[in-house]
Each structure stands twice: as structure tokens, then as C-alpha cells.
Design a protein around this ligand. Structure first.
Ligand code: NAD
Ligand code: DAU
Length: 351
């Protein structure tokens, strides 16, 4: 029996992690703590919201007093920490929000866990979910390993790097039982359409221009979000305390190739003439400090814990596109109101 706190469980990856744990571990009490920012959406979890082992706590991790009070009240013995400001473009516009949530929010959780567990440190786990972006940018060759020195280059990745360092500092200084994983780009259902894949699908559906930054030759490694959730389950239960695990899809795509592929899948699903959606591709001004390439060496998690990705990318992209077409009302809700303002403001600078 565990009392497990999952932060950011109303977001993209968090909602898949919450669902997996609620279904797989009926003996655990799962507490989903989320502020419900623009990126948090409880509609992601309607299928499990009435389960007896699921509880929602609306709270802000930047509020130390509230976090302390929740730890005192529920005595969590495990934490999977996903809550974050997660979009690179927004971090370029407003770095401070990323410092507050990603760094200060993480330290508030570390302090609360330490205070609650300090007299009885044992089977508890503080598992921090991080990103491959902390390692910086690769050239055409090479991969990020767990030993790659940190070299973050955006306010987002710098804030995540800082939070990783704080988590490690609490392990070395206070013996807090921590785990960290650094994952590549996720994709799949419930992804907020400010990120490349859902934005492209949404724009194709609405016959809107598809903004591709710079020359489109930037490379990302894409992982099916449910594969990330199973990796998190594996690391939470079997990872070695104090260790870091890289998670990747072994699935590199240049942005322009990925976008063209999505165009072809959407043409097929929408019954459009082949090549119709590719006409929407529009090269726009580049993202400042745009990292050229991310690629993960996931040997450690494979050899030590036996985890590897399961879904081939073309099948995954197709399933993702189909999910957005089947869930038009979800997409319409999240793209009404504030999203419209974000979109027109952001892309007016990227002409
Ligand atoms: P997301 O933006 O979809 O969701 C973030 C969630 O955190 C939202 O539900 C939001 O409401 C909540 N949140 C934000 N600020 C909060 C605060 N102050 N207090 C409480 N809740 C707050 O993000 P995501 O893409 O699901 O990413 C989840 C985690 O995984 C992040 O830590 C991110 O850095 C990491 N990560 C993401 C990816 C990716 O490709 N999306 C890859 C590797 C790592
Ligand atoms: O690598 C893991 C990271 O992946 C996570 O830590 C982040 O939370 C997540 O947002 C993601 O970051 P990226 O910056 O790689 O994702 P994004 O979807 O914003 O962009 C993917 C690529 O597509 C990147 O090279 C920028 C480009 N792009 C993005 C947008 C939004 C475009 O060309 N046009 C766009 O409109």
C-alpha cells in the first residue's frame, strides 16, 4: 500500500501516468496534485475520476505552506513529480514563470518530502521527471548518455537543469531517496496544441499554415507517451536510488520530414487529395537559441531495467492523428479563448 503523490497529473504526460497507476495499482492511493494552468485539463482523466483510489488536489507547487500542509495531512510515501512549465517558446517570452514553478516548486516539494520522511527514511521515493534538453544540443553525430555534462540553452531547459541539480543535492546532502529520468520528446493523445505534432494536426484540420521554424532541419527523438509512462512505472519501482536514467524512442526525425509525414497521414485520414496538406507548410523565422539535435542513448534503462519502447513511429503518428480527429471537442475546448491570443501573439513574431 502506497500513498503516492503525482504532480502535474492533469497535463499531457501526467494524465497518462495517473491513468496507468490508478488502473495497475488498485492498492495504491493516487493523489493527483495540479494547479490546472492553461496546460492542465481534468477532462484528460474523466475515465478514472470516480475510482476509489484516485484523488484530485488543486494546488500550486510554488506555495510552500500549502505543499507542507498537504504532506502533513496525507503523509505521502512516494512522489512522482511532473508539474512544470513545459513549453520552450513560452520560456523565451517569460523566463520567471519557469524559475518559479520548475525550480522553486521543485524545492518546495523536496523540503516537504524531507521534513515528512526525515525520521523514518526507507522505502519512500522522490522521483523527478526531467528532459533530455538539459544536455544541450548535439551535432549530426552522437547521443546523450547519463554522463553527458549539462549544457542547457533555453530558459526552460536551464530551469529543468537547475531542478535536477537540486534533486541530486537533496540526495547527497540529506539522503533523500531520489530518482531522476531525462526523456526525449513525447507524442500522443492529450498533447497540448502549442507543441509541434498536435499543432500541425490541428492546423491541417483547419487548413491553416503550418509554421516550420528556420530550415526545418532540426532533429528530435520522438517517444510514444504511453511508453514514457511505462518507463516511469519501471523506474519508480525498480530504479536504483540516487540514479539517473535516460529514456528515448530511438526514433529521430528532422522536423520537416516529420511534418511532411503528418501531412500525408492527415490527407489519407481526411480523404484529401495526396499532397494537399503539404501546401500548408510555411517556413517561418527561427526559434532563438534553437537546439539543433537531441538524441538519447537509452542503453542503461534497457540493460539494467529491461525497458524499451514498443510502438513504431508511423503507427504512433497515425494513432495520434486519429485520436485528434476522434476528439474534436477536446481540441476545440483547449484551443478556444486564451489559446487564440497565445497563437496570434506568438506567431506574429515568427513571420
Ligand atoms: P504539460 O505542460 O502538458 O503539463 C504540466 C502540468 O503541470 C499541467 O497539468 C499544469 O497544470 C501543471 N502545473 C504547471 N505549473 C504548476 C504549478 N505551479 N503547480 C501545480 N501544477 C502545475 O507538460 P508535459 O509535457 O506533460 O510534461 C510533464 C513533465 O515532463 C514536465 O516536467 C516536463 O519537463 C517533462 N518532460 C516533458 C517532455 C515532453 O515531450 N512533453 C519530455 C521530457 C520531459
Ligand atoms: O526534448 C524534450 C522536450 O520536448 C520537453 O522537455 C519539452 O517539454 C517539450 O515541449 C519538447 O520540447 P521541443 O522544443 O523539442 O518541442 P516543440 O514541440 O516545441 O518543438 C519541436 C520541434 O519543432 C523544435 O525543433 C521546434 C520545432 N517547431 C515547434 C513549433 C511549436 C516548429 O518548427 N514550429 C512550431 O510551431
Amino acid at each position: 500500500m502506497r500513498k503516492l503523490l503525482i504532480t502535474g497529473g492533469a497535463g499531457f504526460i501526467g494524465s497518462h501516468v495517473v491513468r496507468l497507476f490508478v488502473n495497475k495499482y488498485p492498492d495504491y492511493q493516487i493523489y493527483n496534485l495540479d494547479k490546472l494552468t492553461y496546460a492542465g485539463n481534468l477532462e484528460n482523466l474523466t475515465d478514472i475520476e470516480t475510482r476509489p483510489n484516485y484523488h484530485f488536489l488543486k494546488a500550486d507547487i510554488t506555495d510552500a505552506a500549502v505543499i507542507d500542509e498537504l504532506f502533513a495531512r496525507y503523509e505521502f510515501d512516494g512522489v512522482i513529480h511532473l508539474a512544470a512549465e513545459s513549453h520552450v517558446d513560452r520560456s523565451i517570452k517569460d523566463p520567471l514563470a519557469f524559475i518559479q514553478t520548475n525550480i522553486i516548486g521543485t524545492v518546495n516539494l523536496l523540503n516537504a518530502a524531507r521534513n515528512t520522511w526525515k525520521d523514518n527514511m526507507g522505502e519512500q521515493r522522490f522521483y523527478h521527471i526531467s528532459t533530455d534538453e538539459v544536455y544541450g544540443s548535439l551535432g549530426e553525430e552522437g547521443y546523450f548518455t547519463e554522463e553527458t555534462p549539462y549544457d542547457p540553452r533555453s530558459p526552460y531547459s536551464a530551469s529543468k537543469a537547475s531542478s535536477d541539480h537540486m534533486v541530486r543535492a537533496y540526495f547527497h546532502t540529506y539522503d533523500l531517496p531520489v530518482l531522476i529520468s531525462n526523456c526525449s520528446n513525447n507524442y500522443g493523445p492529450n498533447h497540448f496544441p502549442e507543441k509541434l505534432i498536435p499543432l500541425v494536426i490541428h492546423n491541417i484540420r483547419n487548413n491553416k499554415p503550418i509554421p516550420v521554424y528556420g530550415d526545418g532541419k532540426y532533429t528530435r527523438d520522438w517517444l510514444w507517451v504511453m511508453d514514457h509512462a511505462t518507463a516511469i512505472d519501471t523506474i519508480f519501482h525498480r530504479g536504483r536510488i540516487g540514479e539517473t536514467y535516460n529514456i528515448g524512442g530511438n526514433n529521430e526525425w528532422k522536423n520537416i520530414d516529420l511534418v511532411q509525414n503528418l501531412c500525408d497521414i492527415m490527407d489519407e485520414l481526411l480523404g484529401r487529395e495526396k499532397g494537399a496538406s503539404r501546401k500548408l507548410i510555411t517556413f517561418v523565422k527561427d526559434r532563438p537559441g534553437h537546439d539543433k539535435r537531441y538524441a538519447i542513448d537509452a542503453t542503461k534503462i534497457k540493460t539494467e531495467l529491461g525497458w524499451q519502447p514498443t510502438l513504431a513511429s508511423i503507427e504512433g503518428f497515425r494513432r495520434t492523428a486519429q485520436w485528434y480527429l476522434d476528439n474534436e471537442s477536446w481540441l476545440e475546448k483547449v484551443t478556444s479563448g486564451a489559446y487564440q491570443n497565445y497563437y496570434s501573439e506568438h506567431y506574429s513574431h515568427y513571420k
